[in-house]
Design a protein around this ligand. Structure first.
Ligand SMILES: [Zn+2]
Ligand SMILES: [Zn+2]
Length: 348
């Protein structure tokens, strides 16, 4: 089969590799669509992981083979493949910090080499732990593979929205209106809150409005803070969701968030960035700073429900489709997005 193998920083190689062999308790899935995620781009472009690996984790496909001991799944079923499932009994899992669980981190789907998701290949192997604990989700007939590939990113965004306790009637600032920021806007709306967005690109500002933001501004607007105060009875927003790794965006969010409000870091910053902060901001203004990384088992069924029942319009997020062979071009486009670039999907 063909796969895109990570051979070193910025070195993707489109290669012939063996189809993974499955054990009696494993499942093999033919990949129909896999989403390109910001985290894939980081793993490809920064020295975070030793090669060789096959990345890709927003996978929707068709079961191609099942091991002799697998009872609940049949060849031909359309499925979302989750690349991690927590153990559910370690100290992290018992406190709902599933993405810190060692089992969650270490057991993953693979298309060969060091297991790393494996979605950027024609076939991906699903290990027993993931097969047995809810990591395969059947795709309803009315749902396309493309839509289904959004279950994982929806889970990650939903986890953040839940962690920030976004509730009806609140106002939320979303900094950055790329694919993640746009999904946040949709979810904030779904939870009955108002969304205000910022971005640097005029097209993204327009797009934010078209997917449901009540207002959207250029992040460089010198009157941004007063405009947001004008929309929030001079209090500021209840919560800010940072969907761009920018310290400027953080300080802007700090100025725009009300006393007692929350700021949630969703984007991964470059490691060298440090943000100086006066602790009295946390004390006197009671601003809560929080982060949300990866997905949560707890919101998995809700994430699937939201996508499968089209409670948010994930199709509106798709801007480009690339064949797997051109993954490097897709990464280039995501790194230097054109004004119309949003979610990029990859077809093996
Ligand atoms: Zn992802
Ligand atoms: Zn655990």
């Amino acid at each position: 089969m063909k796969a895109q193998v990570f051979r070193g920083v910025n070195q993707l190689s489109y290669e012939e590799v063996p189809v993974p062999e499955i054990k009696p308790d494993e499942v093999l899935v033919r990949v129909n669509v896999v989403g390109l995620c910001q985290s894939d781009i980081k793993k490809i472009r920064y020295p975070l992981y030793n090669p060789p690996r096959i990345f890709g984790h927003e996978t929707a496909g068709t079961i191609a083979a099942v091991g002799a001991e697998v009872q609940d799944w049949q060849v031909g079923q359309r499925v979302v493949v989750l690349h991690h499932i927590p153990c559910m009994h370690c100290g992290y899992c018992l406190n709902d910090n599933f993405s810190m669980c060692e089992v969650y981190k270490n057991i993953t789907t693979t298309a060969g080499f060091i297991p790393s998701g494996g979605g950027f290949a024609e076939y991906v192997k699903v290990p027993a732990h993931i097969v047995q604990h809810g990591g395969l989700i059947p795709i309803p007939e009315a749902v396309t593979f493309e839509q289904a590939s959004f279950v994982e990113p929806t889970n990650c965004c939903l986890k953040a929205v839940k962690k920030a306790q976004i509730a009806p009637g609140q106002t939320v600032l979303v900094t950055g209106a790329g694919p993640i920021g746009l999904m946040f806007i949709m979810l904030v709306r779904y939870f009955g809150a108002r969304a205000i967005a910022t971005d640097l690109l005029p097209t993204r500002i327009e797009k934010a409005l078209s997917v449901g933001a009540e207002a959207a501004f250029d992040a460089r607007d010198p009157d941004l803070v007063s405009k947001i105060h004008a929309l929030t009875e001079d209090m500021g927003v209840d919560t800010s969701l940072l969907a761009v790794p920018s310290d400027k965006a953080f300080f802007q969010a700090l100025d725009c968030t009300r006393k007692g409000g929350k700021i949630l870091f969703f984007a991964e910053f470059p490691d060298e960035v440090e943000i100086p902060i006066n602790p009295n901001i946390l004390y006197r203004r009671e601003i809560d700073l929080m982060g949300s990384y990866s997905s949560s088992f707890r919101v998995q069924s809700l994430a699937a429900d939201i996508v499968f029942n089209q409670r948010i319009d994930v199709d509106a997020l798709i801007s480009d489709r690339y064949p797997l062979r051109d993954l490097d071009a897709a990464v280039e486009q995501a790194v230097a997005p054109s004004p119309e670039t949003y979610k990029i999907l990859i077809y093996p």
